[in-house]
Ligand binder design. Structure first.
Ligand SMILES: [Zn+2]
Length: 77
């Protein structure tokens, strides 16, 4: 099983995982920025929801990073 893109040497699955990881990392950074912008101006409930969003984005980006690491390790790409 080899899904390496012909003649380019780039693994298609790795490329997909890197793109997903970058998107999730950017989403996490945006959530953190949003949270910091809202500090002092939002209600406790709003702040709590923003914190939850940051946590969810952080977990998602960590999963994406692990998926990428696991792929690179098993695929040696
Ligand atoms: Zn690969």
């Amino acid at each position: 099983m080899n899904d390496t893109v012909a003649n380019s040497g780039v693994c298609a699955e790795k490329l997909r995982l890197v793109t997903a990881y970058e998107a999730d990392t950017n989403a996490f950074a945006a959530a953190v920025t949003n949270l910091h912008e809202q500090i002092g101006t939002s209600s406790k409930g709003d702040y709590f929801r923003l914190r939850q969003r940051v946590d969810e984005a952080r977990i998602k980006s960590e999963h994406s990073r692990l998926a990428l690491e696991r792929h690179v390790e098993s695929h040696q790409c």
